[in-house]
Each structure stands twice: as C-alpha cells, then as structure tokens.
Write a protein that binds this ligand. Structure first.
Ligand code: FNR
Length: 183
C-alpha cells in the first residue's frame, strides 16, 4: 500500500529554498509513498488557555494530519534553532494532552541554508523534540544542505549530479523507512 507523507516546511517565505528542496524531493519520490504539503502559516500561536475552545485552524490542522502515515520536515535554521512557525505547529499538533498527532509516526528532517552549515542547529533541535513526541526519526542519511542558494536552475530543478544523487538516496531511504512495519 502507498504510504501518505505530510511535507511540512519551516519557512513561510514565498520563495523559500527549503520549499523548493521539498518540491524536488516530492518529484524524486518513489511510488511507494505519496507526498503532500501541509501548511502551517495560518496556525495561531499556541496558547494553553485555548485548549478548551481551540481556534478552527488548530482543529483543521490536527484533523488534516491524521490521514498521514509519516512526516517530512524541510526547514531553515533561525538563530541556530527551529523557526517559530514550525515550533508552533509542533506544539499545536502535540495537544490536547494524550492526543498528539505526532505520536508513533515515522519522520525525517532535511535542513537547508545559504550558509556552510546547512541548518545543522535547527535540524538537531527538531530531532530533540521528536524524542519526546515519539516521532521515529530516520537517523541516516542526515541531510544538511549547505549553499542552497546556488543549487537550483531557473526551472526549479537541481542540476548538480552529486546533489541530485544525494537527494534521491535520501528520499528512497525515507520511503523505505515509512514503509517499515511500525506497529
Ligand atoms: C536566518 N538565517 C540563518 N541561516 C543559518 O544558516 N543559520 C542561522 O542561524 C540563521 N538565522 C536566521 C535568522 C533569521 C530570523 C532569518 C530571517 C534568517 C538565514 C536563512 O538561512 C536564510 O534566510 C534562508 O534562505 C531561509 O530559508 P528559506 O526561507 O529560504 O527556506
């Protein structure tokens, strides 16, 4: 059976490199997974006071995420950590207590930056959340895409053969990871 994967981008920027990277991964994905963007920019900031009367956007997001078997995060690094909209989506999805949408889902992280470190800090801060949330995070291959601003052609493709090969390996391994027997 084809497994459904939610793709969550940590940047809200229209021309986000991380969104472009996620789009390339979606094109390279094998037929054993189907991938779909899930947006997070519309989610009001998490506030525990609203737990008994949650904003509609939180309810819709939580409902929407239920249909997915796995989740792929493509994120930039903001000040060596996870961008606020992404952390907010993580928190919104983790409540109400005991009903977290993240629980026991296979996941993976790819981070990208125009700098040389490829968003390593954000990538690992996100993984730290996964330990508590019980997201089964794919350990290898790690994906820190440096100099992301130099990667894309005008049509959005990645022409550098070694980067394409790496992205192919990453998404193939993730497809196998999602298709493992988890329960
Ligand atoms: C950044 N940027 C950045 N880059 C990095 O490698 N490490 C960092 O800690 C930060 N910190 C940071 C903070 C804030 C508030 C902004 C706006 C930017 C630069 C960042 O990598 C760059 O803007 C990317 O292009 C963002 O990713 P998207 O939006 O292109 O996906």
């Amino acid at each position: 059976m084809v497994k459904k994967v939610a793709v969550i981008v940590g940047s809200l920027r229209k021309d986000s490199w991380n969104r472009k990277l996620a789009s390339v991964l979606m094109q390279l994905a094998p037929p054993t997974i189907s991938m779909e963007f899930v947006e997070i920019g519309q989610l009001p900031l998490y506030n525990q006071d609203l737990d008994n009367n949650p904003p509609q956007a939180w309810v819709t997001f939580r409902e929407q995420m239920k249909k997915f078997d796995g989740v792929l995060f493509a994120t930039p690094e903001y000040n060596r950590s996870v961008p606020a909209p992404l952390k907010n989506a993580i928190d919104v999805g983790s409540r109400p207590y005991g009903q977290s949408i993240w629980n026991a889902k296979p996941g993976a992280v790819i981070s990208a930056s125009p700098s040389a470190m490829g968003g390593f800090g954000a990538n690992h801060h996100l993984r730290q959340c996964f330990v508590f949330l019980d997201i089964y995070c794919m350990p290898q291959p790690e994906a820190y895409i440096a100099r992301v601003d130099t990667l894309f052609e005008a049509d959005g493709s990645v022409s550098k053969p070694e980067t394409r090969e790496f992205l192919q390996k990453f998404i193939d391994t993730f497809a196998q990871w999602v298709n493992r027997k988890w329960d």
